[in-house]
Design a binder for this molecule. Structure first.
Ligand code: HEM
Length: 170
């Protein structure tokens, strides 16, 4: 049903931008298609993503009590870390699966902003995570330019609504 209504909204044009997200159906499809193999092995890929993030920005480990004094080869044995990976990947999957109803994603991202605001996570850490995600996609998935551009727009749309709820963290 949601899909039918959304298609009407877009007028069936795969290159028409949705007024809320700025994303086209073609871009949504590119993001969903490239995410599918990542999500098929969610725990391993999420663990790899966080390892790369902590390597590039070691100070962010301070927020993660469960691993801050654990060597990275032991992360996978830590059940709290694994739970966090599952949370992160599930949240990204929800935000990707629902791109055709961006108003819903915006509310989800507002909630995420609230929970991270309570943890006093700086917005810069989100930008740093985006850099790591995009680099990992280039290194591992060899994504083409159009797909990378679609990812950039998608993450910026998420972040706009995350940051709306954490304005005074800067
Ligand atoms: C797109 C970006 C992100 C997504 C989708 C995301 C998602 C989540 C989710 C779903 C949770 C668990 C539920 C909740 O507390 O809201 C969580 C927890 C957490 N996030 Fe994020 N997060 C993101 C970025 C970040 C960044 C940049 C940091 C800090 C460097 C961070 C630090 C944390 C911490 C410390 C927790 C609690 C972990 C625990 O104790 O289990 N997150 N995140």
């Amino acid at each position: 049903m949601g899909g039918w209504v959304s298609h009407l909204w877009w007028g069936g044009d795969p290159d028409a931008k949705h007024p809320v997200s700025g994303l086209t159906l073609r871009e949504i499809h590119a993001v969903q298609k490239s995410w599918a193999p990542v999500n098929a092995n969610a725990v391993a890929n999420g663990t790899e993503l966080l390892k790369r993030f902590f390597r590039a920005y070691p100070q962010t480990k301070e927020f993660f009590k469960m691993i801050k004094n654990v060597p990275e080869e032991k992360y996978a044995d830590n059940i709290q870390f694994k739970a966090h990976v599952v949370n992160l990947m599930s949240s990204l999957t929800l935000a990707i699966d629902n791109l055709h109803q961006p108003e819903v994603v915006a509310v989800m991202m507002n909630k995420l902003g609230e929970s991270h605001h309570r943890r006093k996570i700086p917005q810069q850490n989100f930008h740093d995570l985006k850099t790591v995600i995009v680099k990992m996609f280039i290194d591992v998935l060899h994504l083409d330019g159009a797909t990378l551009n679609a990812w950039g727009k998608t993450v910026d749309f998420w972040y706009k609504h995350i940051f709306d709820s954490m304005k005074d963290n800067e």
